[in-house]
Each structure stands twice: as structure tokens, then as C-alpha cells.
Ligand binder design. Sequence first.
Ligand code: ACO
Length: 315
Amino acid sequence: AEPDQEERLQAAFDATIARRDRIEPRDWMPDAYRSTLVRQIAQHAHSEIIGMQPEGDWISRAPSLRRKAILLAKVQDEAGHGLYLYAACETLGVSRAELTDLLLAGRQKYSSIFNYPTLSYADVGTIGWLVDGAAICNQVPLCRTSYGPYGRAMIRICKEESFHQRQGYELLMTMMRGTDEQRAMVQESVDRFWWPVLMMFGPPDAQSPNSERSMAWGIKRNSNDELRQKFVDMTVPQAKALGVTLPDPDLRWNAERGAHDFGEPDWAEFAAVIRGEGPCNAQRVAHRRAAHEEGAWVREAATAFARRSAGEGGR
Ligand code: ACO
């Protein structure tokens, strides 16, 4: 584009953002806006797909047919979320195959939380309650993100996530009404997941290199610390109703701020997990790679079938 044309395009883009209107795939956008979206949406999509593993590990060991049916449906929903997000990302000009290669090469991230193991069935409940609860907190504002296809994908995802959150809470509530041993399992699970869940929101604002620009572009609508605070405030009364203790001695209501004070997550642990040194990083990526390789024949067959159908008049 000519310099003055470029300026006009930039001005139109800026005006759309300022109106809090949507940018659509065919609109002009700055290269850095596009690459930031690809980075965030791809990371989000990968998280949904890798996130099937910790809970998927319990499908064959669910305690009843009812729990198994619920868990199967939930894990399938996560696959669906990954697919809508890959599709949203494809509108920016990168294919799902490229994104998968980047994930497997360790060049794109996925959420830190999925690098922790699931050690008991209570973890299925805790993931629904806390992990999906945190995901909702982070994702409801993303329904108003500035990029149209991403925001529209988030609407359906959030509806399904809120069902996931409730099924987790219901599972934990059932266990809390059970035996002492079951109550201890729930508490142990909450103790393990609490701090890693707080890390899902990302580094503190002062150490978040992307936040300021992503917020100026309307990609993110809230900062990492704002959402973390909102999640803590939302979760405390739920923990009380459930009868579990959140493992933070510094957690208390601050009447002056009208919010809870809480302790600092271990940011060194967070950095290590992101570097690939969490308890399950290697296992998660190896499993994803094996599933991708074992699925090659399905992709080839589907491509051959599509080609043949097109040759026969698109049937
Ligand atoms: N796990 C892994 N990486 C993380 C995490 C996390 N919990 N939090 C931040 N990071 C990464 C960022 O991707 C960024 O790395 P990069 O620049 O190499 O891509 C780096 O740490 C610095 O963080 P920020 O500057 O704060 O990054 P950003 O502005 O992208 O904010 C956030 C991070 C809040 C996760 C944002 O990307 C987001 O809202 N994403 C959409 C939600 C999402 O991905 N959810 C997935 C988990 S929920 C679920 O699937 C159930």
C-alpha cells in the first residue's frame, strides 16, 4: 500500500477499535495485531486439546456409568472447543496443520495448568470447579474481544464451560456428602490445584509483556491481575459452601478494598512449567505427538475421499 493509503487503513482500524466494534478477517489489520491474535488463539486452542489428557486419563476408571458418560461428554466438548479455535485462527491465514506442527516443535505454548497430573477422581471435580471456573473468568470478557471470529467462538465455549464448572462442583459436593475418606480426597485435590490454577491467569501485570498492547487493541479486555482477583473473590464463597479450605494463610477479606487479599503464587514454578519443566510437560507433548502420528491415516483417507467426492460432482 502507498504511505497515505496505509495511514488511512491504520486510521480506519484504530477507529473500529475505539468504537469497540469488531475487526473481521477481510479487514486490514496491523501485522503485529494479526500475529498477537495467532499467538493467543493458537495457545488457547492447544490448551483445549492438550487439556483433554488429564481428565481423559480417568474415563476408563470412572466410578459409575453416570460419571463416565458425563466425563466422556465433557472431554469431547473440549475437543470441539479446540476445533472452533483452530478454525478462528485459520481466518488469520495459518492452517491447523501448521499450528499443530508449531505446538509439537515446542514453538507455541499451551496453558501451564495441563502439565499437572490427575491423581484421584476428585481431580475431575476440581478441574471442573477451579480450572474451568478460572477459564470462564478469563473467557467471558473475551466474548467481547475485538477480533470477530475469536469473540464468536468464545460465546459457545463459555456456555459449555459453565456446564463443565457446575458438573465439577456437583461431583465435589457429592463427595463432600460422602465418607471422611472422600472429603479428605477433595481437600487434597484442592490443595494441589489451588496455586497452579491462580497461575493460569498469567504473570503479574508488571511482568506481563503482552498485556498493555493487547488491551489497547481490545484483544484482552482485562489484565491478568484483575481477572485473578475476580476469580478469588468468586471462589471463596463457593469453597465455603463446599466445606473445603483454600490452602492460603494470607487469604482474607479486605473491607477497605472490597476484595480478598491473597498470597503470591510461586512464579519460579510457573516459569519452570512454561519452560517445559513441569511434572507432565514431556508426557503431554509425547502423547499429543503419538495421537497426531497415529491419526495420519484418517487425515489421508478424509482428504482422498473429499478429492474423489469433488470429482464426482461434489457429492
Ligand atoms: N500458561 C502458559 N503460558 C502462559 C500462561 C499460562 N497460564 N500465562 C501466560 N503465559 C505466557 C504467554 O503466552 C506469554 O508467552 P508468549 O509471549 O511467548 O506467547 C508469556 O507467558 C507472558 O504472558 P502475558 O504477556 O501475560 O501473555 P498474554 O497477554 O497472552 O496473557 C493469557 C496470557 C491471559 C493466558 C492470555 O493469552 C489469554 O487470555 N489467553 C486466552 C485464554 C487461554 O488461553 N486459556 C487456556 C486455558 S483455559 C482452558 O483451556 C480450560
